[in-house]
Design a protein around this ligand. Structure first.
Ligand code: NAD
Ligand code: TYD
Length: 357
């Protein structure tokens, strides 16, 4: 038995690989294009592990996808591969359409051809699990109920629209062809190996470098925060016990305003890596900067379905998950140095250079 995963050198995918191989003998084939967000250093622990077969390639490469399926004959595909950052999608949406829409479509076509040819018992057991986001549901007002699986799609950024589009294709492949697909829509993940373009690692690393901590707009936008290990457990639960054709929302039950998140990071750093009296507390680095265009106000997840049907619940509180995350970044200076070289500085200049304080 084998599982094919895509995007397994990125943040969530690499956590999933390490987690999986820590508790299962079943091999993983890991197809990843190694974009700026893909990093083999995330997979250092399994470099010599014969259960991890890394393939450098694109989910949009149809012959490659077909040949991998024929050669490895996986019982399932878990699709993490995507362009994943909203700010990048605002400054350059084309890659998002290419990978998230066309790439997912290409992978679905390869999966359909492979699945159609499977013997009946294997056909029934096959799964295509598509990892998506809560951002497809749009933005909530302060008093609105959290997103349920039945909430109508209303994506607001090019990123969210590209993920919504891929979700619709996955749904259609189940409805039209019977492909046993499942979709998970989760909230904001955080934890080890997250690329420092996203809020939490960006704030940790800027703070440690004594740089400004940029908070978009008034800092009152709300996100629900899900510790990445909890998300990995949810994906495994859906893969093993989820009902084909279904969607499962996954959330951390941790709604926070951005400014609260930034202040909590500062407080943990004040404790774990205090600055000298002359510099003052980390929170003195906070700066409110020009808002993100079309910035969604609030996301919140109703995870009752996955709790009820699959018995999943998050194990990490935001306070404990954040402390672990800050400690991980403090302990992994080499990893940090590796990802901050090269294109990273160009991205920081592009995204933050023109924002007024
Ligand atoms: P990430 O940007 O850290 O990693 C994406 C990975 O996909 C990278 O390794 C990259 O090299 C690879 N990739 C990109 N294009 C590819 C292509 N065409 N072919 C093969 N590989 C390709 O992303 P992440 O944060 O780990 O997110 C993983 C998935 O989870 C994405 O589908 C994302 O939309 C979804 N998601 C993420 C979050 C979050 O908070 N990070 C929240 C909800 C949903
Ligand atoms: P982000 O980590 O980019 O995730 P997403 O846009 O997918 O929710 O951003 C989380 C929140 O933090 C979002 O409301 C935007 C905000 N944010 C800032 O205030 N400053 C920043 O520098 C970044 C990257 C994000």
């Amino acid at each position: 038995m084998t599982v094919l995963i895509t995007g397994g050198a990125g943040f969530i995918g690499s956590n999933f690989v390490l987690d999986w191989l820590g508790q299962s003998e079943e091999p993983l084939v890991n197809l990843d294009k190694l974009t700026y967000a893909g990093n083999l250093a995330n997979l250092g622990e399994v470099r010599a592990d014969p259960r991890h077969i890394f393939v450098h390639g694109d989910i949009g490469d149809a012959p490659l996808a077909r040949s991998l399926l024929e050669r490895h004959r996986p019982r399932a595909i878990v699709n993490f591969a995507a362009e994943s950052h909203v700010d990048r999608s605002i400054l350059g949406p084309a890659e998002f359409i290419q990978t998230n829409v066309v790439g997912t479509f290409t992978l679905l076509e390869a999966a359909r051809a492979y699945w159609t040819g499977l013997p009946p018992a294997e056909k029934g057991a096959f799964r295509f699990l598509h990892v998506s986001t809560d951002e497809v549901y749009g933005s909530l007002g302060r008093a609105d109920p959290a997103f349920a699986e039945t909430t109508p799609y209303a994506p607001n950024s090019p990123y969210a629209a590209s993920k919504a589009s891929s979700d619709h294709l996955v749904r259609a492949y189940h409805h039209t062809y019977g492909l046993p697909s499942l979709t998970t829509n989760c909230s904001n993940n955080y934890g080890p190996y997250q690329f420092p373009e996203k809020l939490i690692p960006l704030v940790i690393l800027n703070a440690l470098a004594g740089k400004a901590l940029p908070v978009y707009g008034d800092g009152a936008n709300v996100r629900d925060w899900l510790y990445v290990a909890d998300h990995c457990r949810a994906v495994r639960a859906v893969l093993e016990r989820g009902r084909p054709g279904e969607v499962y929302n996954v959330g951390g039950s941790s709604e926070k305003r951005n400014i609260e998140v930034v202040r909590e990071i500062c407080a943990v750093l004040d404790e774990l890596r205090p600055r000298g009296d002359a510099q003052g507390p980390y929170a003195s680095l906070i700066r409110f900067v020009t808002d993100r265009p079309g910035h969604d106000r609030r996301y919140a997840i109703d995870a009752a379905k996955i709790r009820r049907e699959l018995g999943w619940a998050p194990q990490e509180s935001f306070a404990s998950g954040l402390r672990r995350t800050v400690q991980w970044y403090l302990d992994h200076a080499d990893w940090v140095q590796g990802v901050q070289s090269g294109d990273y500085q160009r991205w920081v200049d592009l995204n933050y250079g023109a924002r007024k304080q």
